[in-house]
Design a protein around this ligand. Structure first.
Ligand SMILES: Cc1ncc(COP(=O)(O)O)c(C=O)c1O
Length: 382
């Protein structure tokens, strides 16, 4: 049996929305993108949203809106995808990496506070694997030091902490709709936050032009536009938005299936010695984006990944900590053990297949093979 890591769940609902857009005569940013933005705002309780072509683009816009630039420092977690940090580097600011909490693998607020200097301008919290970062603690730190808090919610649709939905906290928050994400448009992203900031983000997302193509070529359009500031080519097309509208309609069902698979893994692995299952802190709603299992040591992890590959089960590792990538190591002189929790967890972790498109048989197959490989390894070691 083949088990892909994270296949998309595409049904007649997505196909109908895309066909509707294809036959509408308008396929780039336009009415479908607006429908998607409005539906997304309602779903997460945001006051405003701008659809873009990736979470990376949304993060870059968030930094721009907060005027981050050369001489500034931005604190973030080392246990993230490199784009969270690359966007800081592109502004000319210095990314200041910190370690994570051992339970959730989210950025550790105490270490954030210890890393603040007079140059610190912002903190980017990543909601790792779909477990919300400790926003109340981070918000208190940021507020008391006059810092901006940006939330990288690439994994966190939908998640909540203390009854507040991620995306509706009032901070600039960025979502990913990459092919493997909880809501997938192939490529895509969303920036949510205060309407007064997002108005500028909308302009910046399309070259800084005062009018987008829909406003110029539409029935009531006007050819004239002005360039208000040099912007970027970050806009989402109506074809992507069509997928987004459909996936958003199905989000509750998709999430229910994700939770089912996640809990199934949890139940099976709770009875297996030598593995650490993911935690859920009190007051948090998890988005169940990734199922990250931690082994006792990295030999167990490597053995498990290799054996699962032989069984045609695809896995991944989230993430190779940013501080051990060549560029960041060389530029900032990091060494592996600078962030021991992230580095140790990285060596022991594996992300198992998780997608609403997986069948019960596939999930049972993965759980059985994992349990069997670990039991075999423990017997051999005894
Ligand atoms: C934590 C995190 N942030 C940002 C991104 C970037 O998302 P995108 O591919 O939509 O730019 C990813 C992508 O996987 C991610 O995992």
């Amino acid at each position: 049996m083949q088990v892909p890591f994270s296949p998309p769940s595409i049904t007649d609902v997505e196909i109908a929305e895309v066909l509707d857009t294809l036959s509408s005569g308008w396929i780039t940013t336009g009415p479908k993108t607006r429908v998607f933005e409005q539906a997304f705002c309602e779903r997460v309780g945001a006051k405003a949203a701008v659809a873009v072509n990736s979470c990376t683009a949304a993060l870059a816009l968030a930094l721009k809106l907060h005027e981050i630039g050369p001489g500034d420092e931005v604190i973030t977690t080392t246990l993230t995808f490199t784009s969270t940090v690359n966007v800081i580097e592109h502004t000319g600011a210095r990314p200041v990496l910190v370690d994570v909490c051992p339970d959730t693998l989210n950025i550790d607020p105490e270490q954030v506070e210890r890393s603040i200097t007079c140059r610190t301008k912002a903190v980017i919290a990543v909601h790792y694997a779909g477990h919300p970062a400790d926003i109340p603690a981070l918000q208190a730190i940021c507020d008391s030091h006059g810092l901006k808090l940006i939330e990288d919610a690439a994994h966190a649709l939908p998640a909540a902490i203390g009854g507040r939905t991620i995306g509706g906290t009032g901070n600039l928050t960025t979502f990913s709709f990459y092919a493997t994400k909880n809501l997938a448009t192939g490529e895509g992203g969303m920036l949510t936050g205060p309407p007064e900031l997002l108005e500028r983000a909308r302009t910046l997302s399309l070259h800084g032009m005062s009018r987008n193509a829909w406003n110029r070529y539409g029935a009531n359009g006007d050819w004239f536009y002005d360039v208000l500031e040099p912007g970027f080519k970050y806009n989402m097309s109506d074809l992507q938005a069509a997928l987004g509208v459909a996936q958003l309609k199905r989000l509750d069902d998709l999430q229910a299936r994700r939770a089912e698979i996640y809990n199934r893994y949890n139940n099976v692995f709770a009875r297996v010695d030598g593995v650490q299952t993911p935690v859920l802190r009190l007051g948090c709603d998890h988005a169940h984006h990734l199922y990250v299992l931690r082994m006792q040591d990295h030999n167990d992890r490597d053995e498990l990944v290799n054996r699962l590959r032989e069984y045609s089960v695809s896995t991944s590792v989230h993430f190779i900590p940013v501080h051990i990538h060549k560029y960041y190591r060389d530029r900032y002189g990091y060494s592996q053990n600078d962030f021991p929790v992230a580095f140790d967890s990285y060596q022991r972790m594996v992300s198992l297949p998780l997608s609403p498109a997986l069948t019960d048989d596939q999930v049972t197959y993965v759980a059985d093979k994992v349990a069997c490989v670990i039991a075999g390894a423990r017997k051999a070691a005894a």
